[in-house]
Ligand binder design. Structure first.
Ligand code: G6P
Ligand code: MG
Length: 216
């Protein structure tokens, strides 16, 4: 079997762990509005767009805001978030992530990024991984959020590989569902209880190898 021709990687939770920064920024925003925001709630925002995340937080805090206020709140959160990620360094790359992306490239497999984050480019620049992707599809290039497959289908198209020959790496259930909806194979990064729908679940890219990839 040698059908894998492209690997498409999610960013947050797969290449880097930015969840802690999202958490700090959302918590500050919630606290400013007079309610708390827990780590359990933050878990539910993995893979969820900025706008949708804010909707959920307002719902949890039983707060109603106008569209203009929501816009302002999302901008405020992003300013705090960008302030934190602007200090990110290559040592924040998750174990084995850079190595595995390079291994794919060395084997002639195309690599793409498929993330909901509008800050993807900045993060890739900070960790020095921009040049490791043949295509970068981020939140600025898509109109439909995961579990819609748009982000991954655009990645496949940009690297010129059919969806059936693509493998998606994702830490969020919505991302695994997006891969399935796009007709792609998927590898879940995290726990099998949550990501059971994936073809394979590993705890991190340090557990991946070309052998495991080609056996999918
Ligand atoms: C990823 C993260 C989400 C985040 C989303 C948008 O999917 O897992 O927690 O809300 O990106 O990120 P952004 O940087 O555009 O606010
Ligand atoms: Mg993710």
């Amino acid at each position: 079997m040698n059908s894998v021709k492209a690997c498409i990687f999610d960013l947050d939770g797969v290449i880097v762990d930015t969840a802690v920064y999202h958490y700090k920024a959302w918590k500050r925003l919630a606290n400013q509005m007079g309610f708390d925001f827990t780590e359990e709630q933050n878990e539910k925002l993995k893979g969820v767009s900025r706008t949708r995340s804010l909707e959920l937080i307002l719902q949890w805090g039983s707060v109603t805001k106008t569209d203009a206020e929501k816009e302002e709140l999302a901008t405020q959160k992003n300013t705090w978030y960008v302030d934190m990620i602007s200090h990110m360094k290559p040592d924040e790359i998750l174990p084995g992530a850079k190595e595995f992306v390079q291994t794919c490239r060395d084997a002639g497999i195309k690599t793409a990024l498929g993330s909901a984050s509008k800050n993807s480019m900045m993060i890739l620049e900070k960790i020095g991984m921009v040049n490791l992707f043949d295509a970068i599809i981020d939140g600025n290039k898509v109109s439909k959020a995961k579990p819609d497959p748009e982000v991954f289908l655009k990645g496949a198209e940009e690297v010129g590989i059919a969806p059936a020959n693509c493998v998606v790496f994702e830490d969020a259930i919505a991302g695994i569902e997006a891969a399935i909806a796009g007709g792609m194979k998927s590898v879940g990064i995290g726990s099998p209880e949550v990501l059971g729908e994936a073809n394979l679940v590993v705890s991190g890219l340090n557990e991946m190898s070309l052998e495991k990839l080609q056996a999918l």
